[in-house]
Design a protein around this ligand. Sequence first.
Ligand SMILES: Cc1cc2nc3c(=O)[nH]c(=O)nc-3n(C[C@H](O)[C@H](O)[C@H](O)COP(=O)(O)OP(=O)(O)OC[C@H]3O[C@@H](n4cnc5c(N)ncnc54)[C@H](O)[C@@H]3O)c2cc1C
Length: 390
Amino acid sequence: MVLVVEQRKAVVIGGGIGGLAAACGLRAAGWEPVVYERSPELREVGAGLSVAPNAARALDWLGLGESLRAAAQPQGIGVKSRSGRWMVRLRETDLVGRYGAPMYAMHRAELHGLLVEAVGSDGVRCGHRAVGIDNHPDGATVRFETASGPTEVAADLVIAADGVHSRTRSALFPDHGGATYAGYVCWRGIAPAGAVTPRNHPMWTDTWGRGGRFGAAPLTGGRVFWYASAGGAEGSMAQVGLSDLRERFAGWHDPIGALLDASDPATLLRNDIYYLGDPLPEFAVGRVGLLGDAAHAVTPDIGQGACLAVEDAVVLAQSLARHSDPGAALRAYDRARRPRTQKLAALSGRSARVQQTGHPVAAALRDLAVRLTPRRVYLAAGAEALAWRP
Ligand SMILES: Cc1cc2nc3c(=O)[nH]c(=O)nc-3n(C[C@H](O)[C@H](O)[C@H](O)COP(=O)(O)OP(=O)(O)OC[C@H]3O[C@@H](n4cnc5c(N)ncnc54)[C@H](O)[C@@H]3O)c2cc1C
């Protein structure tokens, strides 16, 4: 890794996985980043997520691979029918053989926590909501709202990692239509240790039905992370709780019912799913760069949103280490990241339509296609996302 000795000032908007990973990368490239987060504190939110081999390599590059492996559960991944029959199954050894790493599942709060620890509390200012941004020839100024009134921060470089509904993106690209609703709602929860045995739940399973899905993956400490989805209009199903999910997934294979029964209703998360279906013309304007969901949100169907954000952070750091002019570095970052991430965003939208289809014939054809696809072909199909290296 090339290290630039000069310390320069960067503002990162957003203290999610993307913003914190960006701060780690900026430090590695010799910059002095400060992360500004709108929430009053960095809360431990979210349920589980996948850290795929591409993201494991990105975290290795950032010096966080050991922390990842201490906190995450390595495993394989497969797809089942609602009766519990495997349609395709990739063992941990298959993934390691092909991609050099397994699929890791971890609690989002634990991934977030290890990034917070790496950045350090001095590097984060909470309670700062970015409300405006001005580019100037040698830097950019961000306007924030805080509890004690408005404030402005000028920096040589601004990285906006303010999520799928990014306000910075709207300011830079006022004609862009914003995020696209993917047509479904997702609920997530964590079942505590003991809810199911490792024997009946040894790996990440995604179960496909008609118009709905249920996924589950073991986390460390015997906990199991699960997610359930159903097609529906934006904003619908706001009142659906755990008991409704129990009814909706009644008759699906074990241990789906047991996982729902064991989960605490107070921790149930519900999200309408969005992605950036309308690609941006650029990820950088002047001295402001977009990163993570703000630049290229994908649907969870490919399990890559956070993974791509961590990749972005590595490529940004590499670009800044190679170019002394921050504007040139942002242009190099844009060129390196846009084709890959926009391709995967489009793929995620298509995957959502296939995986969520409620049409009986389409669902039957989908299941048949998956069952007939040889395992090695299925494994190779992941290369687009999983084979990435820093
Ligand atoms: C149901 C579901 C399941 C998922 N599963 C996976 C998975 O298995 N694997 C995976 O890799 N990804 C997964 N993802 C995607 C992943 O969660 C996101 O892609 C990732 O968190 C994006 O990180 P980010 O930092 O870009 O954005 P965010 O996590 O959204 O963070 C944005 C941050 O910016 C802050 N912010 C917003 N506006 C402002 C402002 N104006 N000023 C200051 N701060 C602001 C927010 O408070 C937030 O902290 C999933 C997503 C969902 C919804």
